[in-house]
Design a protein around this ligand. Structure first.
Ligand code: 6GU
Length: 225
């Protein structure tokens, strides 16, 4: 998978891709990430990419012209499966959407800043809009990193068997069950007996029950999906 990310702050978004699973995915050739600085497509030599909004109101809006220049150049080079705009005024990301995106070859992600982008950018170019939750971030960069992490770890061959994405919380609309490691007893706290029993069918059953219990308590909304 190739992901192109257009941003006004490339340095802000780069580091999550340099560690752990996201780094390994790139080292294995499963994911290729390219960052594009919107300022390289500014409308003047002072690096202008945003302006005040028509009708008044606080906050700067990213202009259509630099984005058009940048997007058009990239779209000439390859067909994108989706052109995604990260914005809080969109449907929220969930595991189902991450699964679908993990199957794509070329994704383009535009991250907004300030008050967002001129609506005409969304009308002309964007095929999918994604929020990562009901709260507002200062820019879309961190949200784009979250999206990329959720998607890239699902690409076949990125995770080893021991960390299979299939057993993740949410993959089956349930929260994950509790986990324990050594020691079997710490102070007066013991690991549940069943986990030490070696009876794997029973352990699976216990984990499923615990997952259900947790989900009913913390996220009952997930059970109705
Ligand atoms: Cl995608 N962008 C911003 N700026 N804030 C957000 C978001 C995105 N998702 C949730 N909050």
């Amino acid at each position: 998978m190739r992901i192109d990310i257009i941003t006004v702050s490339p340095e802000l978004i780069k580091s999550p891709f340099e560690y752990s699973i996201l780094k390994r995915a790139q080292d294995k050739g499963k994911a290729e990430i390219h960052f594009h600085d919107l300022r390289d497509y500014a409308i003047n030599k002072y690096g202008k990419i945003d302006d005040y909004q028509f009708g008044g109101g606080a906050g700067m809006v990213l202009m259509i012209e630099p984005i058009d220049k940048c997007l058009s150049e990239l779209m000439k080079q390859r067909d994108y499966d989706e052109i995604i705009y990260m914005t809080p005024d969109a449907k929220t990301l969930d595991q189902g959407r991450a699964n679908i995106l993990s199957d794509k070859k070329n994704l383009l992600i535009l991250t907004g800043h300030y008050k967002g982008v001129d609506q005409r950018v969304r009308d002309k170019f964007i095929t999918m809009e994604i929020s990562i939750g009901d709260y507002v971030l200062s820019g879309g960069e961190l949200a784009a990193a979250v999206l990329c992490d959720a998607v890239i770890r699902l690409i076949p061959g990125v995770l080893g068997d021991e960390t299979s994405a299939l057993t993740d919380s949410f993959q089956d609309h349930l929260l994950a069950p509790p986990v324990y490691t050594r020691p079997a007893q710490y102070e007066d706290m013991k690991v549940p007996e069943i986990l030490l029993s070696g009876n794997f069918p029973k352990i699976d059953e216990w984990r499923h029950e615990e997952a259900l219990k947790r989900t009913k308590l913390i996220r009952p909304d997930l059970l109705n999906q």
